[in-house]
Design a protein around this ligand. Sequence first.
Ligand code: SF4
Ligand code: SF4
Length: 265
Amino acid sequence: MPIHEKSLIRPENLLEHENLVVDGVDVSGHWSTFIQDRVVTDYNEDMEEEISALAGGENIHRCWQCGSCTNACTVHALNPDFNPRYWIYLIRQGMESELLRDKDIIWQCVSCHKCTHVCPRDVVPEGVMKATAHWLELKGHTEKSHSMIFDEIFSEQVFETGKIEDGRVVKSFMKRTGQALLQDWMVEMVKGMLRHMPISLLTKMGMAALVHPRTRNWGPAREAIREYVDEQKQREKAALGLNELVAQAAAEARSAAAKQETTHV
Ligand code: SF4
Ligand code: SF4
């Protein structure tokens, strides 16, 4: 399917002749603009399967490229390069290197789900964006994004205690992302809370931050959740071929160590 958006034509693919006369007609400068052909040689034929193996990416195969998601997208309205429809197209075509050109903006999805509501095919583009950001991270193309770190901290606390305590989540998030806890916006937020929230609730929140309350008899549930999450992580890695890569790296390390020992003997 051809890509029509003008914004997707890369400046480096445009060619102009400073001085060109064709059949006596001067077509110098932009009159002689050509768009260079792009030859893609590094297809990843498994890309669609890899993304659909990750949470949120399951329905990517349903997309029929209507563009409603991009039209409705909150981030696209601010940055035309943020284009869920186009990225779904690239993934389904296996054009990995082309997708990687946008790897530093895919994480910017704000999970507003406007795309999900307008999609006529139930693709759940928000989920696909999350799965794609996760895929980029698992494959080592990007660092872990702040939203991924936040999700991890949130989940860890629920798994551990069966409860969620906002103050501790924010504190851990700021620490793990190397940010100072005392931010201007946070001071304003706390002032607002002190002004408007009942004392009993504030006391409860303060106590929760200190004593880390747990759901009663949470132990068995915690073990079951952890087991399930580990299984899912293994399944995702297997779908991306990462288990084989880890096994291969371990085998290479073992063989290198054995060689070194033989040399010393
Ligand atoms: S959920 Fe993400 S992709 Fe969907 S409309 Fe919102 S910002 Fe755009
Ligand atoms: S709205 Fe749905 S079907 Fe249309 S391009 Fe987006 S994901 Fe594909």
